[in-house]
Design a protein around this ligand. Structure first.
Ligand code: CP
Length: 311
């Protein structure tokens, strides 16, 4: 692949290759010397048109640990504020010869559009409600490490499915790897057409969580609700917030995941989020750096090979 724009175009063999490479980087990140020279001499530009803590920090750290020159564009103070378009901004940066562009954008499809206009590798760091491929890959790595496999598991993805690029990328990846995916949430937050992905749909948490191996909670993404129906947080927590009573319906060794940012007392009880026997939320963050190192390493190899072929 030239870019990493989504999970949809990836073959299971490619997914496994990224996870295996990420395992190597997870070990490196735990060592005293965290450096590699996989991206030495290459330039990485991070363009975040939407807020981020985990994804932006881990892409920056990943690039630096791989030896790249990393530049974080401050989109708040860029010439976008003077009316420059996304494409003109991208073409301007492209003229500076970056090798890797990491892009987060509030509009679905914006990163794919940008990738058509530049001649470097583009990594999607989340576009609207479309895809967040590195999040799904880091979730997959976390599941594989905790459960010892990434197939024939029952994975319950719970909450605001309709507005979630994390849910979309995860259900595509987990389906490709032959897991049973259950989507649980209020009908108002369930997108039409999810059945075509082979998911089971529930509006009752206890029924949906029955015998689940993995429980993945999602935030209410109010910023994407466009003036539509927003449930009251109190009522939402009562029906869909993960507490000990609801979690008791999953398998006794079920793991609890959350991509962050997390709203305690809305979609998840804080004591469950902090329970080191069930919650793997901090491990997800740790795997985020390793997966982003792996993805950039593998894309850089493809980039170097295609440039060598052209030369
Ligand atoms: N999970 C995730 O994308 O978090 P950030 O918005 O903080 O990057």
């Amino acid at each position: 692949q030239r870019h990493l724009l989504g999970i949809e175009p990836l073959h299971p063999v490619e997914i496994t290759a990224i996870l295996d490479k990420a395992e190597e980087y997870a070990a490196l990140n735990r060592s005293a010397h965290k450096q590699s020279d996989a991206l030495k001499g290459l330039t990485q530009i991070n363009m975040f048109f939407e807020n981020s803590t985990r994804t932006q920090a881990s892409f920056e750290l990943a690039g630096k640990r791989l030896g790249a020159d990393v530049m974080n564009m401050s989109m708040q103070s860029s010439s976008l504020k003077k009316g420059e378009t996304l494409i003109d901004t991208a073409l301007t940066l492209n003229a500076m010869h970056p090798d890797l562009l990491v892009v987060r954008h509030p509009n679905s499809g914006a990163v794919n559009l940008l990738a058509e206009k530049v001649n470097c590798a583009v990594l999607n760091a989340g576009d609207g409600r479309h895809e967040h491929p590195t999040q799904a890959l880091l979730d997959a790595l976390t599941i594989r490490r905790k459960k010892g496999r990434l197939h024939r598991l029952i994975v319950a993805i719970c909450g605001d499915i309709a507005h979630s690029r994390v849910a979309r990328s995860n259900l595509i990846l987990l389906g490709k790897m032959e897991n049973r995916v259950r989507l649980i949430g209020p009908p108002t937050l369930m997108p039409a057409g999810v059945a075509e992905f082979g998911c089971e749909v529930y509006d009752d948490m206890k029924a949906g969580l029955q015998d689940a191996d993995v429980v993945m909670m999602l935030r209410l993404q109010k910023e994407r609700m466009d003036g539509g129906f927003i449930p009251s947080e109190r009522e939402y927590y009562h029906r869909y917030g993960l507490d000990a009573e609801k979690l008791a319906h999953a398998k006794p060794d079920a793991i609890v995941m959350h991509p962050g940012p997390m709203n305690r007392g809305v979609e998840i009880d804080g004591t469950i989020a902090d329970d080191i026997n069930r919650s793997v939320i901090q491990e997800q963050v740790e795997m985020g750096v390793a997966v982003r190192m792996a993805a950039m390493d593998l894309l850089a190899r493809n980039l170097k090979a295609s440039r060598a072929g052209e030369g």
